[in-house]
Design a protein around this ligand. Structure first.
Ligand SMILES: CC(C)(COP(=O)(O)OP(=O)(O)OC[C@H]1O[C@@H](n2cnc3c(N)ncnc32)[C@H](O)[C@@H]1OP(=O)(O)O)[C@@H](O)C(=O)NCCC(=O)NCCS
Length: 214
């Protein structure tokens, strides 16, 4: 097989694998990976992964005249506060290298603990392969099993709606830095709607201990 046709075969193979992973990611993902349809796996972050995760976060949020320092700071503050369930701090790993990260952390919704994702990112050279979808699907699946009724995220609705996210405003949940009805602040309902879950959300790093030095 020539280099060109081999590359085309690999690309087709990846497209099929990615389509499958988007459809069945979550509890199915690692089974699919073990069959060879995708080259990465998703697992909880390990103690030795921190440096590599921060490198992915920084690279993913850098470019177009900005750097990823703010997002790195968010991740480090969240780790330092130790408010995120460890099994919701996820990495995508391919051939031993960390290529994506999704961080679920507990914030405050009018005095009640609530789960939010911040941030989700994929290393720039691997974006568009389905890795972000795998991470988010796995995080939502784990959050559902753990009994979280909702998950919140601040991001592009064009990306997150595919996972079941909807604007938070009509549900009475808002995030002050972007305003009450900004469609970028979204909620994914995992359980029967709890109408008492409403009001202002604050990420953990914005809480009373959020300025803790890391
Ligand atoms: C956003 C991000 C996590 C998506 O991960 P990914 O692995 O590249 O995405 P996937 O391969 O799972 O999905 C690709 C799809 O998402 C779409 N997409 C990617 N980024 C998007 C965005 N910012 N807005 C809307 N759609 C987006 C692509 O167009 C593609 O659509 P298609 O399936 O219809 O072709 C990744 O691109 C990234 O790290 N971006 C920089 C950091 C960032 O913006 N993070 C999100 C804010 S928390």
């Amino acid at each position: 097989m020539t280099g060109g046709s081999a590359e085309r075969a690999r690309t087709a193979y990846l497209h099929v694998g990615n389509a499958i992973s988007r459809q069945f990611a979550g509890p199915w993902l690692n089974n699919i990976a073990s069959l060879g349809y995708v080259s990465w796996t998703v697992r909880a972050k390990g103690a030795n992964d921190k440096k590599a995760v921060l490198a992915v976060v920084w690279a993913a949020f850098s470019g177009h005249g900005r750097d990823g320092d703010a997002e790195v700071d968010i991740v480090m503050r969240t780790w330092a506060l130790a408010v995120g369930p460890e099994d919701l701090d996820l990495v995508a790993v391919d051939d031993g290298a960390i290529v994506g990260h999704a961080l679920g952390a507990i914030g405050d919704l009018e005095g009640r603990e609530a789960l939010a994702v911040a941030p989700l990112c994929v290393t720039p050279s691997r974006q568009g392969e389905g890795i972000g979808s795998s991470l988010m699907a796995e995080l939502l699946a784990r959050a559902r099993v753990a009994g979280w009724p909702i998950v919140m995220v601040l991001g592009d609705p064009g990306y997150y709606e595919r996972f079941g996210f909807e604007p938070a405003g009509p549900l009475g949940i808002y995030y002050c830095p972007v305003g009450r009805d900004d469609p970028h602040f979204q909620v994914c309902r995992l359980a029967t709607p709890d109408l008492s879950l409403r009001g202002e959300f604050r990420y953990c790093w914005e809480g009373p201990n959020g300025s803790a030095s890391t």
